[in-house]
Write a protein that binds this ligand. Structure first.
Ligand code: G6P
Length: 612
């Protein structure tokens, strides 16, 4: 949610900032801007409604020569996306430029105070209030760092900020509370980024800012402090991924690349964590609290969006395999309903980004109430990963496409590993069962590969169905969350209305919508619910609905019922959500591209939602 880049060093800042913004664009893309301290030590800014590419095409490179600067790509919270509301925002005197990710909650009170002092505002943003507040303090303190510190101590809400000023042209001040920010420490240069993708092609050495911290950067180095002015020492850490992992590598879209990567990413999730001879799972990150997890009286899973769907699958898996009661909560609801947390409760927090504000707030609430917390997170070093009591990274690698794909299957895989770990310890699965599961897991990447290789078949079906205005997705048991996720994917990237339902619930409402224009995607595995699913298909056909069935390879019957059939390799029940999800990702992708939608940057969405 909003991307921030800053550069201070010896090189031309503009190009580095524009490149960084391009890589961070998945965080928001309604407007973008840069401010540079030029070689005459003047503060100059260019900002624009629209994408980073439009900013880059229109900016006068010669005018923007300088080696100190900041940039921003925005996902609007306060004020419509337009040139004026784009960041950087300035103070009234246009001496201070600031980029901000987050929300200043008390901006109205501060704005009134500043207006009473004679400050005039141009934009509708909360950020402009912060710039004028810094200006206000600068007038008495005559020191930028102190002015920023005083201002930050007066704001409520969340921020990741970077600020430059012609008052003190050789520095950048950065700070964070609730919105991620990191520093890439290069040789005689420092790059600021909302995440590592803006930094990785310059250096792998990074420092993560923690909440309540600020940093003064100059060409000679940096000084880390709290916003209460206490010095901090922090070790430099190394980023684990490479540049090529965040590039498209010849694919039309990041999303397509990420869908196709799943035979490998799924292996990265379980590699070194399962003994294939015995089926015993060891999750190093959870060792310190393993006993607490195994003896949990209840497990609460919390997450948002796609991660919440993975959580629903986790509920089925853990209850079936470990016999521990599980509840799954939307993170945004959990925090506000005064949840009951008892001794022995474990909270599992699932998040791709590790920065989702609602999920983070739910985690903090659960910790406050005494729950032991476990993180299943993708982004290494993210806030959630650092705040949980223990965690296991899902290792899906950087996910750039805004609609989650490979992170979902790796989240499900991580939940399977968690369930296997508990079941092995609790003996709720026999040694034989564990071995058989491990054996089947060995074949999973190959089966996913087969699904990926069938992508042209999915494209054909997508072309047939692309004009529909509504879709229904149905599944039962473990495949019900898969139906929800399939529907969400289609909605997110093609803007077609789609709903996911447990198949048997169709007759309690959605059936009223079915007519010849309504495709129904139904997950129809050959398991104990198969006959029931066939009855659901008959109910749809009786109302002239079109059926697309996701069916097992060995199902010879399904063609008699369905208009379109996608066949997936046979697998153990617990791996079915992973296998069945892959064609649904492709279906959404191909329908969206056929409709001319920008799948990597769907309208109104952002990859990392750092506001509540
Ligand atoms: C946003 C993204 C979704 C994601 C959700 C939760 O809405 O667009 O793809 O599932 O946030 O994000 P998280 O990073 O916590 O998994």
């Amino acid at each position: 949610m909003c991307g921030i880049v800053g550069y201070i060093g010896k090189k031309n800042a503009l190009q580095i900032i524009l490149d960084g913004l391009q890589r961070l664009e998945y965080r928001g893309y309604d407007s973008a801007g840069v401010s540079i301290i030029n070689d005459n030590k003047e503060l100059i800014t260019y900002k624009k409604k629209g994408k980073v590419s439009e900013l880059a095409e229109n900016i006068d490179i010669n005018l923007f020569a300088g080696s100190v600067g900041i940039g921003h790509t925005r996902w609007a919270t306060h004020g419509v996306p337009n040139d004026v509301n784009a960041h950087p925002q300035f103070d009234m005197d246009e001496k201070i430029a600031l980029v901000h990710n987050g929300i200043i909650e008390n901006y109205k009170t501060l704005k009134t105070m500043l207006q009473n002092e004679g400050y005039v505002f141009r934009s509708d943003t909360d950020t402009e209030v912060l710039t004028n507040l810094i200006n206000y303090h600068y007038k008495s303190k005559k020191d930028l760092e102190t002015a920023v510190r005083f201002a930050l101590n007066e704001v409520d809400g969340t921020y990741g900020i970077a600020c430059i000023s012609s008052f003190e042209p050789d520095k950048i001040i950065a700070a964070r509370k609730g919105s991620p920010l990191m520093l890439g420490i290069g040789i005689e240069e420092i790059i600021i980024g909302s995440d590592a993708s803006a930094i990785i092609n310059h250096t792998k050495n990074v420092i993560y800012l923690e909440d309540g911290e600020m940093c003064v950067l100059t060409k000679h180095g940096f000084q880390l402090k709290t916003i209460k002015d206490e010095d901090i020492f922090r070790e430099i850490e190394e980023i684990e991924f490479d540049l090529q992992e965040i590039e498209k590598s010849g694919y039309d879209h990041f999303m397509l690349k990420e869908i196709c990567e799943q035979p490998e990413t799924i292996q990265n999730t379980y590699r070194g964590r399962i003994n294939f001879e015995t089926g015993v799972v060891k999750l190093g990150g959870l060792e310190s609290i393993k006993d607490k997890i195994v003896n949990a009286k209840r497990i609460i899973i919390t997450a948002c969006g796609t991660s919440w769907h993975a959580g629903l699958i986790g509920e089925y898996l853990i209850e079936q395999m470990c016999r521990i009661p599980v509840e799954v909560d939307y993170a945004s609801e959990f925090r506000y309903r005064d949840p009951v947390i008892n001794e022995g409760d474990i909270m599992v927090v699932i998040s791709q980004s590790g920065e989702t504000a609602d999920t983070l707030a739910a985690l903090r609430e659960a910790k406050k109430k005494g729950a032991v917390t476990v993180g299943l997170v993708n982004v290494v070093g993210s806030t959630i990963a650092r705040e949980v009591d223990a965690g296991t990274y899902i290792h899906a690698g950087p996910e750039i496409g805004v609609a989650s794909s490979k992170a979902f299957t790796s989240q499900v895989m991580s939940l399977i590993l968690l369930a296997l770990m508990i079941a092995g310890e609790k003996k709720t699965l026999s040694d034989d069962e564990l071995k058989r599961i491990a054996n089947d897991l060995k074949t999973l990447p190959e089966k996913i590969k087969k699904c990926v290789e069938a992508k042209d078949d999915y494209k054909f079906i997508a072309d047939e169905l692309k004009s529909a205005s509504n879709f229904l997705y149905l599944g039962r048991g473990l495949n019900f969350p898969v139906a929800l996720e399939g529907a969400l994917k289609l909605k997110e990237i093609s803007y077609i209305h789609a709903e996911g339902y447990p198949a048997a619930e169709m007759k309690h409402g959605p059936i009223a919508l079915i007519d010849e224009n309504m495709p129904v995607v139904i997950i129809a595995p050959k398991d104990k619910t198969y006959d029931k699913i066939i009855s659901n298909i008959e109910e749809v056909k009786a109302r002239k609905g079109k059926i697309l069935a996701i069916a097992s390879e060995e199902d010879n019957n399904i063609n008699d019922y369905a208009d379109f059939v996608i066949r997936v390799p046979k697998t153990f029940n617990l791996f079915a959500p992973i296998i069945n999800n892959i064609p649904l990702q492709f279906l959404a992708y191909y329908i969206a591209t056929a409709r001319g939608c920008n799948v990597d940057q769907p309208r109104n969405l952002a990859k990392s939602v750092t506001v509540e």
